[in-house]
Design a protein around this ligand. Sequence first.
Ligand code: SF4
Length: 222
Amino acid sequence: MLALEAAQRLEDASPQDVLRWAADTFGDRFVVSSSMGDGVLASLAASVVPGVEVVFLDTGYHFAETLGTRDAVAQVYDVRVRTVLPLLTVAQQDAEHGPELWRRDPDACCAMRKVEPLARALWGYEAYASGIRRDESPTRAGTPVVEWDERRGLVKVNPIVRWSQDDVDAYVARHGVLVNPLVHEGYPSIGCAPCTRRVAPGEDLRAGRWAGSDKTECGLHA
Ligand code: SF4
């Protein structure tokens, strides 16, 4: 009910006002999550909720540029970046489940390397922010600004959900925000290296994720 009311009230609010509402409502039970495609959400959060914790899931399969972006975000913005690891290293997962599980059963791989670690990272919190946007894919087009995350029993806040890529680019340019260098090399959406490819001009922003399969989401947001 709280999420539904907030979603209606904040539909036209700025990302900063959405973050302010979350901080005022949940205090230190509010955390931000970031995949480190850029520092936009960290920058916005730092401006409104200085010192807020930013959770980053290190799957063990990230591009070096993504880990570098995480380190830079931790240095530049007034946030506390917390890196969360899966229970198994990649080597342990290979030994237990066979090599390249991402190729044979990406849902199982994402469950172990993303979904479970996020659930663990969010334990004890009441609300978390994500940087998902409606324009990223048809599956995200109906995402509200605030929603009840039934699976995790948390309020999920999506401060930039209404932003387009142009809005993001304008914010990045205006504030000199850190961006993962891969974005400028044809990767508008960046996940694990084995499951991310470049996209062609005009393709969906997330077309490079799990390309060649019918998988479109890792299970964190859908
Ligand atoms: Fe595994 Fe690919 Fe999911 Fe990363 S995106 S957790 S490598 S299946």
